[in-house]
Ligand binder design. Structure first.
Ligand SMILES: Nc1ncnc2c1ncn2[C@@H]1O[C@H](COP(=O)(O)OP(=O)(O)O)[C@@H](O)[C@H]1O
Ligand SMILES: [Mg+2]
Length: 369
């Protein structure tokens, strides 16, 4: 058999050849672009646990915007976010080329470089607002808009978020053609978006990336294996798709390892053994790529809290967890907060806690034994 490329992509941010589900989120975004200035989808928030496809979603949004001849700036939150945004806003624009900031170059006698002064925390909101306005103005001449995407927003510094919120608010008031999407772990909603200073962003349309229905996973597996010339039975498809629980990263892992097992035998017919073996390989990868890093850096007490949680099949109250640990509610609340801050667990609408990442419960049960 000729060497073929595995159609599954179990890599962070790797755009899957076949995007499963997510139609509504994509539609919300596209409607935002098409319905003009002031449409709700123009300020959007994408949240979900690790591996649910946030980065992929931003990539898709970027493609959809470019298809409409929009400019796209893709950033990831970390120190210096606004500085990078300012630089990107000013690049590619010939009119403003000579203003391009080079913070290392200082002006003789000035003592401080122009770049440094402009990019000082105090001046940043104004600098960013101006850079955004200039870019939008030149884009407007070409009837084009600007999309900015910010990934890993939970890691953003508050001052950067304030500067961004201020700048965006201003452009929207000026009826400029701009859209912005923030993606990040669920906790960012309470951390950053409930911040008094950033109230403007509360208007953002929030989309939580939930599990993909197993039926859709099954259809996608059927399509992908067929396109690859591999024969797979209905029952094998069901077993494979159920093993993913609709978790996007696991979908790619399961698909990848089954495909690989068949390919290794130089066959075109999927055997039950390929499915079984593929799923167990996928679980090993998931442990190493998601479960182990999630637990890394946690104290033995944090882990004790998680193991007490794992005794339940679903969400559980902290009072119950405390009881299982044989500790006071106050004591347990301390660990609850630590784990929420570390994004390992999440709070449900009813105030209970659940694992932020599927499979962590099962992993803890398995390794506690
Ligand atoms: N809608 C989807 N359909 C199929 N696979 C997806 C989908 N979204 C994400 N994936 C896959 O899941 C994995 C994790 O996606 P990623 O965007 O990195 O997640 P996150 O940014 O939320 O951690 C990648 O391997 C990606 O290809
Ligand atoms: Mg990501």
């Amino acid at each position: 058999m000729q060497a073929k490329e595995n159609p599954f992509k179990p890599t962070a941010g790797g755009e899957p050849p076949l995007l499963i589900g997510r139609r509504k989120v994509i539609r919300d975004f596209e409607k935002g672009l098409d319905n003009g200035v002031g449409a709700p989808g123009r300020i959007m928030l994408i949240t979900g646990a690790r591996g649910t496809g946030k980065t992929v979603m931003l990539t898709v949004f970027g493609d959809r915007a470019r298809a409409r001849k929009w400019d796209v700036i893709e950033e990831t939150a970390s120190e210096g976010l606004c500085e990078r945004l300012v630089n990107e806003l000013r690049s590619k624009d010939s009119v403003l080329d000579h203003f391009t900031i080079k913070p290392s170059v200082s002006f003789a006698g000035a003592g401080i470089s122009l770049g440094e002064a402009e990019l000082s925390p105090k001046r940043m909101p104004e600098t960013l607002r101006k850079a955004m306005a200039d870019r939008l103005e030149s884009l407007e001449k070409h009837h084009a808009g600007l999309l900015i995407t910010i990934d890993e927003t939970q890691a953003a510094e508050r001052s950067d978020m304030i500067a961004i919120a201020t700048a965006i608010q201003h452009q929207i008031r000026e009826r400029r053609n701009i859209a912005i999407v923030f993606a990040g772990l669920p906790q960012m909603v309470s951390d950053l978006f409930n911040d008094e200073v950033i109230t403007f962003l509360r208007r953002a349309k929030t989309n939580v990336l939930a599990d993909i229905p197993v039926d859709e996973v099954q259809n996608a597996f059927a399509e992908t294996f067929a396109a690859s010339g591999m024969a797979i039975t209905e029952e094998q498809l069901r077993t494979a798709s159920e093993a993913t629980y609709g978790y996007p990263y696991m979908i790619q892992l399961v698909g990848y390892h089954i495909w690989d097992a068949v390919d290794m035998r130089e066959s075109n017919v999927i055997e039950d053994e390929d499915v079984r073996g593929g799923i167990s390989e996928a679980r090993i990868d998931l442990d190493n790529a998601v479960c182990v890093p999630e637990l890394h850096g946690l104290s033995p007490k944090d882990r004790e809290y998680l193991e007490a949680m794992a005794q339940s099949d679903g969400a559980v109250s902290t009072a119950e967890v405390a009881e299982r640990m044989g500790k006071s509610a106050n004591y347990a609340a301390t660990y609850r907060k630590r784990l929420l801050d570390a994004y390992v667990i999440r709070e449900t609408e009813r105030g209970e806690v659940d694992f932020a990442v599927p499979f962590l419960r099962e992993y803890l049960r398995r390794t506690a034994a």
